[in-house]
Design a binder for this molecule. Structure first.
Ligand SMILES: C[S@@+](CC[C@H](N)C(=O)[O-])C[C@H]1O[C@@H](n2cnc3c(N)ncnc32)[C@H](O)[C@@H]1O
Length: 252
């Protein structure tokens, strides 16, 4: 699945999502060195961190998502601080021993559906981090009580204006507890002022992880879990926590 045909919708949908920014701002302030964002999309997190003076590299597989990120960086006068790399996080070659902090924001790591893909990504990141470097993975917190109710019912998620057109976004999610997969469908209906409707449908899978699975996965990839949080306010991870956020260091 490619994000390319949906890049402008993604940007419109999530550009104003800021809940996770204080976490990255604080971690970035405490680090001394360049930052790496994997699966950076249209630059939602890159821009505010660059505006605070940090130097960053953003990696994404989608040229269209990176194109929007680059345009936003140029417009904000921040392009000199941010390098955008087009590539697959599973096979990417990054400078070794270079970054002080790496992160994968809101659920993006869940696009990696197999343990093999997850480990390929994590070992690339580990090589790219300095010995004291930190990795942050911000994941959806799976609650079987909610997942059981996800049965592919289509709901109207949001409506907004985009480039003079009206967009309706519909979402359907079908989750399977055994395979730990959510099959997600986004339907974007875009209507022009003359009433012409264009429908674009996007299907993708998100593979969720449980806390101890995550801890083991990180250990296999040469990381040790430093902290596990259940929210952007850094609450303890408990039943019903909205997020599953791991902060890991490179194992010696
Ligand atoms: C939901 S978007 C999230 C963007 C960003 N993390 C944020 O929080 O705004 C997921 C991004 O992951 C990228 N992506 C998916 N699989 C990838 C892969 N294997 N390597 C690099 N990027 C990937 C997609 O192109 C997309 O831009």
């Amino acid at each position: 699945m490619s994000y390319d045909p949906f890049a402008r919708y993604y940007d419109a949908d999530f550009r104003d999502y800021h809940d996770d920014l204080p976490l990255y701002r604080e971690l970035a302030r405490r680090t001394d060195g360049p930052l790496l964002e994997l699966m950076c999309g249209t630059g939602r997190v890159l821009l505010p961190l660059a505006a605070e003076g940090h130097t960053l590299t953003g990696v994404d597989i989608s040229p269209a998502m990176l194109g929007i990120a680059q345009a936003r960086l140029d417009k904000a006068g921040l392009a000199a601080q941010v390098s955008l790399l087009e590539g697959d996080v599973r096979s990417l070659s990054l400078p070794a021993n270079h970054f002080a902090l790496a992160f994968v924001a809101v659920n993006s790591f869940m696009h990696l559906e197999t343990v093999r893909d997850q480990l390929a990504c994590l070992s690339n990141v580990r090589r790219a981090l300095t010995r004291r470097g930190l990795l942050v993975l911000d994941l959806f917190s799976p609650d079987p009580r909610d997942l059981l109710h996800e049965d592919n019912r289509l709901i109207l998620d949001r409506e907004y204006a985009l480039d003079g057109n009206h967009v309706q976004k519909f979402v359907a999610i079908d989750s399977d507890l055994a395979s730990q997969l959510s099959r997600v469908t986004y339907i974007y209906d875009e209507t022009s002022p003359t009433g012409q409707l264009t429908r674009r449908t996007m299907h993708f899978n998100l593979r969720w992880l449980y806390r101890f699975e995550l801890e083991h996965l990180l250990a296999r990839a040469g990381f040790s879990l430093r902290n596990l949080y259940g929210s952007y306010d850094l609450d303890e991870y408990t039943t019903g926590s909205p997020r599953l956020i791991a902060v890991a260091g490179v194992s010696r």
